[in-house]
Design a protein around this ligand. Sequence first.
Ligand code: ATP
Ligand code: MG
Length: 610
Amino acid sequence: MSWPTLHKDPASFRVPPNLEAYETVRERFSWDDARAALDGLPDGAGLNIAHEAVDRHAAGPNADRTAIRWLAKDGRVRDVPFGELAALTARFANVLQGLGVEAGERVFLLLGRVPSLYIAALGAIKHRAVVSPMFSAFGPEPIRQRMEIGSGSVLVTSRRLYERKVAGIRDQLPSLKHVLIVDGADGLPPGTLDLEVLLDAASPDYRIGPTDPEDPALVHFTSGTTGKPKGAVHVHEAVVAHTITARFALDLHPDDTFWCTADPGWVTGTSYGMIAPLALGVTMIVDEAEYDTERWYSILEEQRVTVWYTAPTAIRMLMRAGDEPRVDRDLSALRFIASVGEPLNAPAVIWGQEAFGLPIHDNWWQTETGAIMIANFIATEIRPGSMGRPMPGIEIAIAHRTGDDEHPGVELVEEPDVEGELALRPGWPSMFRTYLDMPERYASCFRDGWYLTRDLARRDADGYLWFLGRADDVIQSAGHLIGPTEVESVLTAHEAVVEAGAIGVPDPVAGEVVKAFVTFYPGIEATDELLRELHGFARKRLGPAVAPREIVVAERLPKTRSGKIMRRLLKARELGLPEGDLSTLEAPYDATPPGAAGTSAPDAAGEGPS
Ligand code: ATP
Ligand code: MG
């Protein structure tokens, strides 16, 4: 389905866009120039993310500017200026120093979105330790797995999280030397240290040691959408990409109030929910609470958020909640909205235009790429449903794998509109340097000088990229390769449907046929008539070979903690197959909740175009 292109009116830009002439900037772009915009450690001692994000600003006129505005669950607000953040992170670095933690050791974080999380992450990076933030909602097993793979030697957590999740597995974590409790004042579990006491006793001055831009700084585990999460290692030099992509793809300016809704347990919450805005001296909002429609609109309104970076799952929840919670709000401060993580279907892009007077700008990247690689930019037209175009500095190809395991090759597709795997030319600063414990898996990502993403896409004649699905989720039906996104974007274009997940199920004739799971807007009843209409709607737009043979209406779909539909779980449940690693599953999922309704497609005879 194609939707009208959204053109931009230059008169509507409230500040001059950072990226105005896309082609020219792309042509002239160099990573060396991007690097030159950073400060670097004093005396040529290298490049350290925490220096760029914190100390650099604390030393200048920005010292009193709010770095983090923290919104507590209970309504309290705490502003942490850059100067204070510099002192607090220095104290944390000194605490690690005092404990004998060395550069390169791994510091794991298990905390909600509280100030200590940001202080510990940036303080550990100052100390040249390697930081790995985990979702605080993880249970003991995902925590154990990650800390084991990462040989974590320090864990920063809260008393409650420690007692409930870590104490019972502590003896299975031989590498763990120190547990720092952020709220130990009212009692400390045995075998742990009171971080507040240590911070108070530590000096607020810390000189960052020489940091090679290639030194590891972060380990981020992937979302686990397609299988067991992989630990991607990122280095200090990544900050070059964080900052330039935030300037170009999020249009961040120094005066912005920026809200990235992602948790640092997901790479988005670190690259853009911590490093990029701070490195640009921007004030960022951190909300401790989970998604809540009223709360989110009131944050946008009361905090006068100017740039907002969120995810399709949240946008769909806001769409689902209707206009009423939004209409009386003053959201006039908002000037740019972006989304990442999953396909953003055209109706959601356009909903932004109706709800905020601003389209939603989809962008694409992965834990592995460390920063935004493909984006819709503020000053360029949007083709709704497209991920946009490559960032300056990023070379992208559509590739087909050739050869075999022993002689792996790729063939690049030059013609437009041909499906293939999205491939990136390695060499950008935030590219992952390895997968922990999976060197072979890492090596297998590269062929003929390209990094292969395992995402399928096509490029149109003007260079806009269209996501088709993950290679692992592709459905093979009667000689067609069907990307789930193709099916899902049609289903979600129907006015009853909020979300859709499409999978392939075995079929004796076609090999596989498409089965789709959908959720409806509140108050819409899954009558036989509506389901018949939905089948017809899909068939008319997709043709009978691609349209779902069966559609099930569910109350919700299984999702990862980063909000991605877990199609592999839908499929495993459907086929009674092993469910695999579910450590990132957001909530237990029952495939057939009470009230679920489903129908098979009416007989193909005479229906829809073919
Ligand atoms: P795993 O690798 O463990 O299966 P994951 O790939 O979901 O999990 P992330 O690195 O968090 O882990 O997500 C990156 C993936 O998310 C991309 O490879 C792509 O499949 C999907 N994605 C991200 N942004 C977009 C987007 N704008 N449109 C479509 N898909 C997107
Ligand atoms: Mg992935």
